[in-house]
Design a protein around this ligand. Structure first.
Ligand code: FAD
Length: 290
């Protein structure tokens, strides 16, 4: 099924994001996690793609497992940075062979020490280039990323216009980077409405369970921490159980507010954690169906 069609139903579409084990770990380590996560009946599960294609085979295998064994739709991430059309063609063929019909089309991040020459290399300079290429190559439902607090390489106006270009290139629905203040997303949506962007928006939510990790993530992606959430991080940063409890409660509060506001979807960054995902899903079991 095309994920874009799921958004035609009235309820919010609930999805999970998982990542494949890194190069030092066997793919077997994810099987149990997938087996447990699918029990919470997400509408779809997305599988990340390591920078520069480092997890390529694993991304395809896990997305295929979710779709073909568990019969839950999968969304395979794909990045265009540094890639040639020939390389992307090979991946597209793998997706088609595995019955994967939904792709999250991304530019990807440049490696830290990337030269200007590398940045200009490859045949896909922006996600929109990859999106229009994917659309020309097969009957895929294609998602794109959006940044309620602006992508870190740009100012907000340029980033909004670039988002519009990405949507015009054929994006069917959008998934956000993490954010911790729903008001920021609501203000962002007012702007995208004015630009005539009227495809479904899913909100990316991360249940925070580790203070160090969230400091690293926010410094990389430039998302802000509101005072209310900062107080929680300060108080519980050295108390993992308490921080997990508070982080899960904060995520649930964000989700309930977003769903009652009328967001099209909730995309849970599970970090491959079954326990926290369970706590959240248990707390929205009625809300998600209303
Ligand atoms: P783009 O949409 O191409 O935007 C990148 C920058 O270029 C922005 O500043 C934009 O304003 C600008 N821009 C866009 N189009 C134009 C244009 N035509 N002219 C001039 N400027 C333009 N990374 C991974 O490596 N693997 C993953 O699996 C992965 N999954 C992700 C999932 C989600 C939901 C999100 C939000 C991000 C994910 N990322 C992933 C990170 C992503 O690759 C980075 O955020 C990257 O820096 C931008 O990717 P993009 O697809 O948003 O790029």
């Amino acid at each position: 099924m095309k994920i874009k069609d799921m958004f035609n139903q009235k309820k919010a579409v609930i999805s999970f994001e998982i990542f494949p084990p890194n190069q030092n770990h066997s793919i077997d380590t994810i099987y149990e996690t997938v087996h447990e996560l699918v029990k919470f009946e997400p509408d779809f599960v997305s599988v990340t793609y390591g920078a520069g294609g480092t997890t390529r085979g694993k991304t395809v295998e896990i997305a295929s497992l979710i779709k073909n064994k568990y019969k839950i739709e999968s969304l395979a991430h794909l990045t265009g940075v540094g890639a040639t059309k020939k390389e992307i063609d090979t991946i597209i063929e793998e997706y088609q062979k595995n019955n994967i019909e939904n792709i999250l089309s991304l530019r990807g991040d440049f490696p830290k020490d990337a030269s200007e020459e590398f940045k200009k290399s490859g045949e896909f300079h922006y996600a929109s280039d990859l999106t229009s290429y994917l659309k020309s190559k097969g009957d895929f439902s294609v998602a794109g990323a959006y940044y309620p607090e602006t992508h870190f390489e740009n100012n907000d106006l340029m980033d909004l216009f670039n988002l519009k270009k990405k949507v015009d290139a054929g994006t069917d629905f959008l998934i956000s980077q993490i954010f911790f203040d729903n008001e920021i997303l609501y203000r962002f949506k007012e702007k995208t409405d004015k630009l005539g962007i009227n495809i479904p928006f899913s909100a990316g939510i991360l249940p925070v369970t580790n203070a160090k990790q969230i400091k690293r993530i926010t410094s990389l992606c430039g998302c802000s921490i509101p005072p209310k959430f900062q107080r929680i991080l300060d108080k519980y940063e050295d108390k993992p159980e308490a921080l997990t409890e508070a982080g899960v409660a904060y995520a649930i509060e964000q989700i309930i507010d977003l769903i009652s506001w009328g967001i099209d979807g909730i995309h849970l960054y599970t970090m491959n954690k079954v326990d926290t995902t369970k706590k959240i899903m248990d707390n929205i079991s009625h809300i998600r169906n209303d």
